[in-house]
Write a protein that binds this ligand. Structure first.
Ligand code: CA
Ligand code: CA
Length: 504
């Protein structure tokens, strides 16, 4: 199923049109929850021991196993008496290896064997003196060696798990991906050691990897009972990705669908199509776990008549990073949705990536995840196409970002003059009457817009007063001709802001 971000709700007595004299954008800005101010406060253990490295501090010289290393790292963390968020911020300020909270949490919980650089960055952020670091590095190397596959068949030591198999606490060095939900809050707890189970699980993981690698298209799910396995990538602050997808220049609206690991919350990224701004991947509502298929209807002005789209995605904010496991482009034509192109993102699909010119920078994760499956997609019940007002042609009005509760956080405001209007290109699979749902806010009494379809004025649309930033839907019946139509919403009486229109 394709998830839609709610475009309705969010009551606020904030900025908005205050009538015809509404001047100047009281732009509150998008509600970006940046990595440094997001998420629950992680107080961490409040063990106030002596500063790291002083007498009685952890002694890495005694470490010979992963469990011992984890216990000592946890002790160090307790002594530092800071949150994972603060550690991450310190590492960011230091400018070296990044220290995402989820990675730290996984390391401290023993779910992952860290990269050496991550461990050192962690210790530095805990203010362990530089002269103590070599002892920690030697400890790390001893543990790493103990985890290598045995040279002799008799030795029962457990090898490292294969890349990215997060289920098993398997830890490929360098696999610094996001942890599970709440991973950022995971305290330094007991270390699960699962040597006995590892061998059969390894086999399963290997089979999964083979299955993925041998699949060419994006429909590369390997599924358990209620789980799916997919490979993907993620990027962090300053990072971005781009790829090119085929579309039908003569087709209808284009929908971009992204498969993501929704356990990482508050992912937001800016999208451009062939260099032109096309909106955002907005954070999913809270409560998502596992896989999600998020979709975005692309502005028709940027897709109509084109045979391909170069999609660039730039990190804006997230609890941790922005992940992408696959993209699908669906296009509506004559009432049916067709998949015009798919891109299976991930290290097991470098061929598909190359074929789409896929590039990523600022990568924070590459690997495989096994998560709860999303609800089954149902193309017959695909959500209606959403046409954002702000993506239309705006005359004598302005685009207002920072509109709380609005779809894409952006609306058209200042539709205050006789020549203030928004033109939207809307698609009809056949000639006939269609229902338009217009989402608006009116905060200065009931308002009206004149509705024009393909240059012919049809009627006035009434917007009942509910207050600014209270997004409500009003319904209208429109006569549309097969293909693209121009819908104009024009100032008529009093003042309303426009968020988006859906045609059903
Ligand atoms: Ca993938
Ligand atoms: Ca909008």
């Amino acid at each position: 199923m394709v998830r839609i971000l709610s475009g309705v709700g969010g009551v606020r007595s904030g900025p908005g049109s205050e009538g015809p004299t509404n001047a100047g954008p009281t732009n509150a800005g998008p509600t970006n929850a940046g990595p440094t101010n997001a998420g629950p406060t992680n107080a961490g253990p409040t063990n106030a021991g002596p500063p790291a490295g002083q007498e009685g501090g952890p002694a890495p010289e005694t470490v010979h196993s992963h469990a011992e290393l984890v216990a000592l790292l946890a002790e160090q963390f307790a002594r530092a008496d800071v949150s994972l968020r603060e550690l991450q911020a310190r590492a960011d300020r230091a400018g070296g290896t990044r220290l995402p909270r989820a990675t730290c949490a996984d390391m401290l919980a023993g779910r992952r064997f860290p990269r050496k650089a991550v461990m050192v960055a962690f210790l530095r952020a805990c203010q362990v003196p530089e002269q103590r670091l070599p002892a920690w590095e030697r400890a790390w190397e001893r543990v790493r060696l103990s985890r290598m596959p045995p040279a002799a068949p008799a030795a029962p030591a457990a090898p490292a798990a294969p890349a990215g198999d997060a289920r098993h606490g398997g830890a490929k060095a360098g696999d610094a991906g996001p942890g599970g939900v709440g991973a950022g809050d995971a305290g330094p707890v007991a270390v699960p050691v699962r040597k006995r189970r590892r061998a059969p699980l390894l086999l399963v993981a290997a089979l999964v990897t083979v299955a993925i690698a041998s699949t060419i298209t994006a429909v590369a799910w390997t599924s358990g009972q209620n789980t799916r396995t997919d490979d993907g990538r993620a990027f962090g602050p300053g990072g971005s990705s781009s790829f090119t997808m085929r579309i039908d220049p003569n087709g209808g609206p284009v929908r971009l669908i992204r498969r993501l690991d929704a356990r990482v919350s508050r992912q937001r990224a800016a999208i451009t199509l062939n260099g032109a701004s096309a909106g955002h991947w907005e954070p999913l509502p809270d409560g998502f776990a596992g896989w999600a298929d998020q979709h975005l209807d692309l502005p028709p002005s940027l897709t109509a008549g084109r045979g391909s789209l170069t999609v660039a995605t730039a990190f804006v904010s997230s609890e941790w990073d922005f992940n992408e496991f696959g993209y699908t482009v669906a296009q509506q034509s004559d009432g049916t949705w067709t998949t015009t192109d798919t891109l299976d993102v991930g290290p097991a699909h470098t061929g598909a990536e190359a074929a789409h010119g896929y590039r990523v920078s600022g990568e924070t994760f590459r690997g495989t995840r096994t998560l709860d499956a999303p609800p089954e997609a149902d193309r017959r019940a695909a959500p209606p196409v959403r046409y954002e007002a702000e993506a239309g042609r705006v005359n004598h009005a302005r685009v207002r970002p920072g509109a709380v509760g609005a779809s894409q956080g952006t609306v058209v405001a200042g539709l205050d003059h006789p020549d203030s209007w928004v033109d939207l290109r809307v698609y009809a699979p056949r000639t006939g009457r269609f229902t338009a749902h217009v989402t608006y806010a009116a905060g200065y009494g009931d308002a009206q817009h004149a509705v024009t379809v393909n240059g012919s004025t049809e009627f006035t649309l009434d917007y009942l007063h509910h207050g600014w930033d209270v997004w409500r839907q009003v319904t209208a019946s429109l006569p549309l001709t097969r293909g693209w139509n121009t819908l104009r919403l024009q100032y008529h009486n009093r003042w309303a802001e426009l968020d988006h229109v859906e045609i059903v």
